[in-house]
Ligand binder design. Sequence first.
Ligand code: MCN
Ligand code: CUM
Length: 794
Amino acid sequence: MTTAPARTAFEDNDHKPVGHGRMLRKEDPRFIRGKGRYIDDLQLPGMLHLAVLRSPFAHAKVVSVDTGLAEEHPKVRLVVTGAMLAEKGLAWMPTLSNDVQAVLATDKVRFQGQEVAFVVAEDRYAARDALELIDVEYEPLDPVVDVRTALSADAPVIRDDLEGKTDNHCFDWETGDAAATDAVFARADVVVSEDIVYPRVHPAPMETCGAVADYDAVDGRLTLWSTTQAPHAHRTLYAIVAGLPEHKIRVVAPDIGGGFGNKVPIYPGYVCAIVGSLLTGKPVKWVEDRSENLTSTGFARDYVMRGEIAATADGRILALRTHVLADHGAFNGTAAPLKYPAGFFGVFTGSYDIEAASCKMTAVYTNKAPGGVAYACSFRVTEAVYLVERMVDCLAYELKADPVALRRKNFIRPDQFPYRTRTGWVYDSGNYAPTMELATRIAGYDELRAEQAAKRERGELMGIGVSFFTEAVGAGPRKDMDILGLGMADGCELRVHPTGKAVVRLSVQTQGQGHETTFAQIVAEEIGIPPQDIEVVHGDTDQTPFGLGTYGSRSTPVSGAAAALVARKVRDKAKLIASGMLEVSVADLEWSKGAFHVKGDPSASVTIQDVAMRAHGAGDLPEGVEGGLEAQICYNPENLTYPHGAYICVVDIDPGTAKVTVRRFVAVDDCGTRINPMIIEGQVHGGLTDGVGMALMEMVSFDEDGNCLSGSLMDYLLPTALEVPDWETGFTVTPSPHHPIGAKGIGESATVGSPPALVNAVVDALRPFGVRHADMPLTPSRVWEAMQGRATPP
Ligand code: MCN
Ligand code: CUM
């Protein structure tokens, strides 16, 4: 274990010239000069612009769509309706969860903001103007807005497009052992239950979604530049949906201004852009505006959970039980491995060694935008961790136990790893106590408790919140995990050029995580070429091997492993060549970063650059060795990786206004081997900020007619530097035993771990009012309600 002193981020591997270390980001010179290349920067000759007409109603019959006036607009080239798409068999497309979703509405609109028609015009303004010339006659229907009544007998049926559908039931899902869990609950000394809502939130990336489609009718090639986190998977789906041959489709993800899961699904807008280009023969650009992004693209969470925890009187946690009502919106657009309709919610047993657990989930359709798995969620580990970490605090409340001590007492012990949970997940490695210990040390936990006691005497409201999480990231072993039948393995290719410079080609795609830097560092560590001499190519299906893309913090666990292994493969070949150059057997060679040495003769050595030249140069290579120095692999992970962390938050609440101020936040993360500490710190800072947003400010809400009330950043509040404290970070290192370099993912850890710490802190501050739980977002009005002893309004 390595530990960082409090309030510093500098580490042992700070200044390594080669390999893992705190290296500045290679992509930043481009970004800080304003030279990033985003979708909307793309200008092609003759390019046309597309705008989408969206439904004002949450639920309505589409009686007629009259496009006559719009077509007369002098700058309009094309107007397309659902009926026109239906003629081509393109009105519906599959979602990532094997449901179907309307590209353009034909029969009904099912959420406010749903795509109804599109216009392609000579410029963006004309396209927008012409939308107003389209006359749609709607016949409004009662909307289903409240997830709790979606299944009642008189609820209107939203998905009457599905054959035989007579209700709004989406799916049921169960995990764990219900009977065993009930038995443990029956003999427990203490049982605590609580209703917990994880509200609907939105990833709200800085750049909204968009695409430029360019169909070349002569050679039948489609190029689609789009804001996608998964270019290869999208290419395959376009091939399947549009019937275009896959080798004629090129999907390019240029620079992406934040994804956070929002850019995993295929949106109707992308398909409309493709149709627009097919029909006009011109490149067509579609870029949505902020409101379109907030109201119609993949949301996150929206779980209504009943949690129950059973324990002994002295605080030994015995079992967890939960019932979940999941709101999936109008189409099940969840992006998750097919066998996992609730994502990885099954890890809701958290970091604790318990006897039994069970979960029963019912998912329903409502008249809201589709989505569900997004916003740095680790495939719903966010919801799972929030549930268990709130329940452990509810138990601490009832037992009058210290939340740190209660957690420590129940941790899975280091000797129990690999640890199989009661819901069947195998945690690869973990060492929880030292991580918790470091967090309490940085925070000065005992002093904080003393300060709190003194303040309570004076009627001041100070809260200390703790959370501990274990994530499951790196989907995933292809025997269990696929997206619409595509196995979740990743290709990687490495070429070393004659002069010893290298190019590594990845199937994953960065949205700001710094892959151009960190993947160069992984390869550098393995073959000793400086990271500056290694170019990372990604985000272009024509340039990179197939793989499933970036989400679920899988890039490091899966593609990171691929990059290390492909580099080792190249190094193995380099060793054969070096043995020829040094005229010794392979067994007599030693590798030390960047060069092969003859054992016992330090003067006899060749560098990797020497070998690269030889591999391409004149002269003989050893028997059976081909020229060139390159390799390709496809990596199928053996298991997920399970990073963990301990977070401690300190809040002050103004007793007069109920406003919460986050005074301090300590985050100790363990993501195994750390590739770039600076980038990790950036990921953690971002995720913690997300956590403050969700815990205190963010919520997608609807009125009773299904109007989305958070369609702008005036209403959907995002945190800024003003709402967040100076983050205090630390780390421990528990390598993954099955990952070639021991690395685990980090990209979503802080978003997963921080909301419970914050809510636990607020609830802790409200202890004098007898508050055991209050739902996010803890706005002043909600905190005020809690102080008055009233439950959170839905
Ligand atoms: N890293 C490291 N050492 C480790 C683990 C990771 O140095 N042990 C580095 C990686 O090399 C990478 C970064 O940290 O540069 C994140 O790695 P990883 O945890 O593998 O996550 P991904 O690269 O797969 O990123 C996806 C993850 C997800 S799913 C969401 S959602 C999210 C997140 O990343 N979206 C982001 N962080 C984001 N950060 C930015 N700036 N923008 C987004 O859209
Ligand atoms: Cu769940 S958001 Mo990320 O996995 O792209």
